[in-house]
Design a binder for this molecule. Structure first.
Ligand code: PLP
Length: 371
């Protein structure tokens, strides 16, 4: 049995990523800025990875900057927006702290919070009204929420922003590797995290408009066309690309034939434990995510009991560990005491139907044990 159900926190290293990492770190360990032949070969390999990333997203290679992950990429976008003009910046109320914290820290009175509906989706009508009256420097909306799995109207938001000449940022950390990435390239800024789909931890990318005036993430060397200084993590980048390409095939299948195992799990669980609640209802969700509100006891108690029987699940966002009530659930209008019952279950490419069945059985038994 594979009891790992915390894929929205991180994924195991994909075999294709391990192979690419070993090959590239053995053969292309030279500095891609080196002026000798081996340096040029490393650079060539890096640029080939950039082309493959651009192909996956549907954009130009020159629009890709490799980073240490989604947190760095999100921070870089908000830092750029904070340093450009005095116009408001719109950030959805359900963003990951990698977006919401830099926004709160750097934007002050320029920050506008874009409300979300009770079903966990950002309210598109609110943005349409806002753009009639104001011209923000940036609008930021994630592609899929890390806690609820709710898919966000990022395509519609990107189109609205393009119509009004407004820059749009999409944090696609939970989308890429789960659903087809193509089309994301039409957003001005896109954030990707390698370890969410089987790449190594500490690798990701930012897609940004080519030639964007004054964009500097880190300052220092000339790497990444001066947009992100620091010696490039070529083995990590190559491994991320290998994993991404391997899972992109599954992502296309998942888009066509969604969520059977997860849906069967939810049906089985709610018929055995009728007071187990599942959120959100009636909206498209990631095929791998199920957010439960347990009927009795604090969620941490359930996490601990499940851990003792070989299942790893989360109370919500791994990154908000110890950080109090979920801001996402609060934005959906769920009171803090109910949010304390949230259990996030998330699967991935090595999860099979019998793993879901075993988890449903264990949760059903726990509902009796936890009085
Ligand atoms: N954005 C979202 C939506 C996430 O779910 C996460 C990780 O949980 C991040 C950003 C941060 O990603 P990384 O670990 O690559 O910095």
């Amino acid at each position: 049995m594979n009891g790992y159900f915390d894929w929205n926190a991180t994924a195991p290293l994909h075999p294709a990523a391990r192979e690419a990492w070993l090959e590239v770190s053995a053969r292309f360990w030279y500095n891609p800025s080196g002026l000798y032949r081996e340096g040029a070969e490393a650079r060539e390999r890096l640029e080939e990875c950039r082309e493959r990333a651009a192909e996956l997203l549907g954009c130009e290679p020159g629009e890709i900057v490799f980073t240490s992950g989604a947190t760095e990429a999100d921070n870089a976008v908000l830092h750029w927006a904070a340093g450009h003009g005095a116009a408001p910046v719109v950030v959805s109320a359900i963003e990951h702290p990698a977006v919401s914290e830099p926004a709160a820290a750097w934007l002050g009175g320029r920050l506008r919070s874009w409300p979300c509906r009770a079903d966990g989706r950002a309210e598109l009508g609110w943005l349409a009204d806002f753009l009639e009256w104001e011209r923000p420097a940036l609008v930021s909306l994630m592609a899929a929420n890390n806690e609820t799995g709710a898919l966000q109207p990022w395509r519609e938001a990107a189109e609205l922003c393009a119509r009004h000449g407004v820059r749009f940022h999409c944090d696609a950390a939970q989308w890429c590797g789960r659903l087809p990435s193509e089309g994301l390239g039409s957003c001005d800024f896109v954030t990707v995290s390698g370890h969410k789909f089987g790449g190594p931890k500490g690798v990701g990318l930012l897609k940004l408009p080519a030639g964007l005036n004054g964009f500097r993430s880190f300052r220092g060397g000339q790497q990444e066309e001066r947009r992100r200084a620091g010696t490039e993590n070529l083995p990590g980048v190559a491994a991320m690309l290998a994993a991404w390409e391997a899972v992109e095939v599954l992502a296309s299948d998942a888009a066509a034939a969604p969520a059977e195992a997860r849906d069967a799990f939810e049906a089985r669980l709610t018929s055995a434990v009728p007071d187990m609640e599942i959120l959100p209802r009636g909206v498209p969700r990631l095929w791998n995510t199920s957010l439960l509100l347990v009927p009795r006891g604090a969620n941490v108690k359930w996490v601990a009991r499940l851990s003792r029987s070989g299942f790893q699940v989360s109370t919500g966002s791994a990154c908000s560990r110890g950080g109090g009530a979920s801001e996402v659930l609060a934005a959906m209008g769920i009171p803090a005491e109910r949010a304390g019952a949230a259990l996030r279950i998330s699967s991935g490419w090595s999860t099979v139907a019998s793993d879901w069945e075993a988890l449903a059985a264990r949760l059903t038994a726990l509902a009796d044990e936890i009085g």
